[in-house]
Design a protein around this ligand. Structure first.
Ligand SMILES: [Fe+2]
Ligand SMILES: [Fe+2]
Length: 152
């Protein structure tokens, strides 16, 4: 399979909160892909960290179109389902392999570098939009004759 990229492949999104959470998840994944144990304890810790992180991102998703939001949420649900499947495997006493850990790492880096970067960018652009001037404010800025002419 495609070898998992290492942690240096993770591009900062520019959001301090999201990048800090990505770093914490990456630390857990890096231990697994380096041949560390991948058992119930490690997968449970990863699932907890990932679920909290996805909740952080969900709170930021109002800036996305409904279609993009659903696609992003769907990706998150699939990833959690993948971790749950590995938790089931480990719970049965079956081995979870380094290849499994590599897949988790690969998805996480690609998703962070694409969907999450898009999310942070969309949030930044939304914050850049000039404040909307109301019609009343605009009319107040006119002299009386112009205002009367427009309103007549
Ligand atoms: Fe993320
Ligand atoms: Fe995400």
């Amino acid at each position: 399979m495609t070898p998992a990229p290492d942690g240096r492949s993770l591009i900062p999104t520019g959001s301090g909160v999201i990048d800090a959470e990505h770093g914490a998840i990456l630390d857990l994944l890096s231990v697994m892909t380096a041949g560390g144990p991948v058992g119930l304890a490690e997968l449970t810790a990863l699932r907890h960290e990932v679920a909290e992180h996805f909740a952080t991102e969900t709170a930021e998703m109002a800036v996305l179109t409904a279609d993009r939001r659903e696609r992003h949420e769907h990706a998150h649900r699939s990833y959690l389902a993948g971790i749950d499947a590995l938790l089931d495997t480990a719970g049965r006493g079956d081995p979870v392999t380094v290849d499994d850990a590599n897949r988790l790492m690969l998805w996480f880096i690609v998703h962070s570098n694409t969907a999450d970067t898009e999310l942070v960018e969309a949030g930044r652009r939304a914050g850049d939009e000039p404040p909307m001037i109301t019609m009343d404010d605009w009319l107040d800025g006119l002299d009386e004759a112009d205002r009367d002419a427009l309103l007549s």
